[in-house]
Ligand binder design. Structure first.
Ligand SMILES: O=C(O)CCC(=O)C(=O)O
Ligand SMILES: [Fe+2]
Length: 202
């Protein structure tokens, strides 16, 4: 007898137009996700991020690290940076994310938010150094946080909760037409690490 399997969720596009964002939900079990969170917290040589905001140099309390294949370089706020070599743990996570997203990545920006009050403002990941219209896969570990999308012209908004161990993939024209942010919140005190796997242009 034919039946509908309600437990199998299809890969639905969260965006109504001009791009594709797929939320895969948790792809790591809770215990394994915690283990990776703690491992990365201690293993990664974290550095505060520096950005220019309204013409002023600002240092964030959010910390970052950039990993990638040898030979990649990234010019950012006037300085050229080299990625750190992949660690065993990151190669493991990269393989999992590649398998789930169907994309091969050559770099990963890792963000460490110590608490809910740390976030990331509206932006698109559309720099020239990123391969145009390539997929960006975002793996979340630790505290569950809200993630927002905003259409650049229509200002439509889409929100999604990023659970511990979950995978979100932004693809197609998403970065051309939409911005995203991780809003700061006083409701969350626990730490979160996010890994965004990318394809940098060579
Ligand atoms: O922390 C997140 O979920 C998003 C990070 C992000 O947008 C980025 O690194 O470009
Ligand atoms: Fe981003």
């Amino acid at each position: 007898m034919a039946r509908v399997d309600f437990f199998q969720t299809p890969d639905l596009n969260l965006l109504p137009r001009d791009g594709t964002v797929i939320y895969h939900g948790p792809i790591l079990g809770e215990v394994l996700a915690r283990d990776h969170l703690e491992g990365l917290q201690t293993e990664v040589p974290w550095q505060r991020d520096e950005l220019v905001m309204f013409g002023k140099r600002v240092v964030t309390s959010r910390e970052v690290a950039w990993f990638g294949d040898p030979g990649l370089a990234y010019t950012y706020s006037g300085s050229t940076k080299q990625p750190m070599p992949w660690s065993e743990r990151l190669l493991q996570l990269k393989a999992l994310v590649e398998q789930r997203s169907g994309t091969v990545f050559n770099s990963c920006l890792v963000n460490f938010y110590h608490k809910g009050e740390e976030g990331m403002g509206w932006h698109s990941d559309d720099e020239k150094s990123i391969e145009r219209d390539s997929a960006i896969a975002s793996l979340s570990l630790g505290a569950e946080r809200r993630f927002d999308f905003r259409h650049k012209e229509t200002r439509e908004k889409v929100e999604v909760m990023l659970e511990n161990g979950s995978l979100l993939v932004m693809q197609g024209e998403t970065q051309r037409h939409w911005q995203h942010q991780l809003p700061p919140t006083k409701k969350v005190s626990a730490a979160r690490i996010n890994l965004t796997f990318r394809r940098m242009a060579r």
